[in-house]
Design a protein around this ligand. Structure first.
Ligand code: ADP
Length: 307
């Protein structure tokens, strides 16, 4: 039996506007690498990146802990994490580590779990970063492409994205609060009006149809959220300008990536991606914020790269 295995898992964007906690899309912008080795006793996390190394506080550690307990695994393991996905920017960084770990443990210990079970274990890891279990980013990172997460019971649906879908992500350079996801969840209204729910539902349905029909324009123009985005946008200095600029530069739709602060623009092959990107950077500059820009495409899911 193999002694170690390395899995690479992609970044992801959650929500896509109206699909709060339901939609996810894997992005080939960044990747985390997780190497799991049978070694010593208990769980040891090794990393040179600035993330917690206590298994309980690290998303990878928490996934491993839950899987080891559930499947009564006797071996100790070392989890070596090489971060590629910047943490805390709404790019599914904590999820990429969790996704890679769930897949690596599944392979290393030959657990033969189906994709829903893998997503379930990976989602448990998010408790370490977000304070609650959630599945949108981990589902995208594990399965790749566009995912829809149904709960009770957990059932993840994957749709292959259109080939011409392209994304511009603006990642602003400012310090994010340690419990950013928890904080940005607390600003979401607990009650919503039926008219807002109708608007979001119609747009969410149109996004799904857009993915099914491989119609990037329909996806982009349906990225409209009247519930979560208005409640969160004050947490991102310059957001309204970034969005307006990107739309003026030809983006099909613009929203907050996950819990932010990154802003993501949806576009297709015929869009001027460089123009959209620089317009987003100019938007952040109006709030005296610098940002990194990444032009990317939908990604395949997590995969074993070494065993
Ligand atoms: P993201 O959208 O990047 O996942 P979050 O704010 O939800 O952003 O999660 C980042 C937080 O999770 C950081 O405070 C980080 O220290 C913590 N964290 C715990 N484990 C990991 C991990 N393996 N990778 C990245 N972040 C982690």
């Amino acid at each position: 039996m193999a002694k170690s295995i390395t899995v690479r898992a992609p970044s992801s964007t959650a929500n896509l506007g109206p699909g709060f906690d339901v939609f996810g899309l894997a992005l080939d912008a960044f990747f985390d690498e997780v190497k799991i080795t049978k070694k010593g006793k208990g769980i040891k996390i090794v990393t040179s990146d600035s993330i917690p190394t206590s298994p309980q506080k690290n998303t990878a550690g928490l996934v491993a802990k839950n899987m080891i307990q559930k499947f009564k695994i006797k071996d100790g393991i070392e989890i070596k994490i090489k971060k590629g996905v910047p943490a805390g920017f709404g790019m599914g960084s904590s999820a990429a580590s969790a996704a890679a770990t769930a897949m690596a443990i599944n392979k290393l210990f030959k657990l033969n779990l189906d994709s829903n079970s893998l997503v379930e274990f990976a989602g448990m890891g998010e408790k370490a970063s977000a304070g609650t279990v959630h599945y949108d980013n981990v589902a995208a990172s594990i399965l790749g492409g566009f995912v829809i997460v149904r709960k009770n019971p957990l059932d993840v649906i994957k749709i292959e994205p259109p080939r011409d879908l392209a994304l511009c992500v603006a990642i602003p350079k400012f310090a994010v609060p340690a419990k950013k996801t928890k904080v940005s969840r607390s600003v979401i209204p607990s009650k919503i009006s039926i008219s807002d729910s109708i608007l979001n539902l119609a747009n969410a349905a149109a996004i799904v149809v857009g993915f099914m029909k491989k119609d990037s324009t329909l996806i982009g123009k349906s990225i409209i959220d009247v519930i979560v985005e208005p409640a969160r946008q004050h947490m991102i200095p310059g957001f309204s300008k970034v969005k307006k600029n990107a739309l003026n530069a030809g983006a099909l739709g613009v929203t907050i990536s996950g819990a932010g602060p990154s802003v993501i623009a949806f576009a297709n092959k015929s869009s001027n991606l460089k123009k959209i990107s620089s317009s987003m950077a100019k938007g952040f500059a109006t709030a005296n914020k610098k940002c990194d820009i990444v032009i990317c495409r939908p990604s395949k899911g997590a995969a074993v790269i070494k065993n």
